[in-house]
Design a binder for this molecule. Structure first.
Ligand code: PCA
Length: 324
């Protein structure tokens, strides 16, 4: 009897140890607040993976730059400091112009066009990420980008000399073309930068304007719909490769689900964000004809610059997009 119970205890302990060894936890750094729809969508993605693998792979998200600051997330995942993460991919366009394909002014300005552009670009982007030891899992667009100011702005001339928060090379280039002074600032620091006067304007979605309570410092939002940039979720290639086939499939299936529910959420929330800006006292309007044509001029210059920088791959993406 004694021998039997020892056997039983040993077997049980082995089983527990085996389960513990199988269960893996992936910490997922993210840059935006927990209440942002991207972050909520990632929580649902994590739950989908945890449920789909019966708890064998648990994904735990860490929003608001709490684990790694926004600008450090991609490198952290490349080097294996984090197994998975989410990042605004265009903020890495300085590494590879393809990462900025979603931030070419006025190329794809609606949700439908943004989807088409992404379809045309996705394979090449995934290959570029693969070359950096990353596995593409899913991407979700932000709502269309508009300008926030603390005065009425009706033309590019009205922008001269303004201190402008930039989040990627395209936003910095617009600032330059308009004679503004760009400063690179993470969304997590935007409220404070506005409150202290480090910057006095920016381009972003209604979503980030609401997250940052832009109305506490600024007065005007111009709904110019310049582009819809994307957050991309990627995994470290070594960590992903080490998963068994069934687990890989769960991660990819949950990613596909997160891409479509995230895009729908982004679109559904767009009008409400602009209403929240207005409800809090901001003047929300379409750009004047002059501002529109000044910005279209910048857009033409920047489209040409991007195609030149992105070479054959870039041209192939734009051609495929325009042919749809
Ligand atoms: N919000 C992000 C990127 C685009 C957007 O709408 C930000 O401002 O950082």
């Amino acid at each position: 009897m004694k021998r039997f119970s020892t056997f039983l205890a040993t077997t049980m302990m082995t089983t527990i140890a085996a389960t513990a060894a199988l269960a893996e936890k992936w910490d997922m750094p993210m840059a935006y607040p927990a209440t942002n729809f991207h972050s909520e969508n990632a929580v649902a993605f994590g739950k989908c993976v945890t449920d789909g693998t019966g708890g064998a792979l648990e994904i735990v998200s860490h929003p608001n730059g709490s684990l790694f600051a926004g600008n450090d997330i991609k490198r952290a995942v490349q080097t294996g400091q984090a197994p998975i993460g989410e990042r605004l991919i265009s903020s890495h366009a300085n590494e590879n112009p393809l990462f900025g394909v979603d931030s070419i002014p006025f190329l794809a300005t609606s949700f439908a066009d943004s989807e088409k552009l992404w379809d045309a670009a996705k394979e090449k982007l995934a290959a570029a990420l693969d070359g950096q030891n990353l596995v593409y899992i899913y991407a979700v667009p932000w709502p269309p980008q508009g300008f926030y100011f603390k005065k009425e702005v009706n033309s590019a001339a009205d922008m001269k000399g303004i201190k402008f928060r930039a989040y990627n090379t395209a936003t910095a280039r617009i600032a330059e073309l308009a004679g503004m002074a760009p400063v690179q600032i993470e969304a997590a620091e935007l409220s404070q930068a506005l409150a202290t006067g480090v910057v006095e304007s920016f381009i972003s979605s209604g979503s980030t304007g609401v997250d940052s309570k832009a109305w506490e410092s600024l007065t005007h939002f111009y709904d110019v719909q310049a582009w819809l940039p994307r957050n991309v979720v990627f995994a470290n290639k070594d960590a992903f490769t080490a998963l068994d086939e069934a687990t890989k499939k769960v991660v990819m299936d949950c990613g596909a689900e997160a891409a479509s529910t995230g895009a729908k959420k982004s679109e559904d929330l767009t009008a409400g964000y602009l209403k929240t800006l207005a409800d809090n006292g901001m003047t929300v309007s379409a750009p004047s004809d002059q501002l529109k044509s000044d910005l279209a001029g910048f857009g033409a210059v920047m489209t040409e610059e991007w195609i030149k920088a992105a070479g054959e791959d870039g041209k192939a993406i734009i051609d495929a997009y325009r042919a749809q």
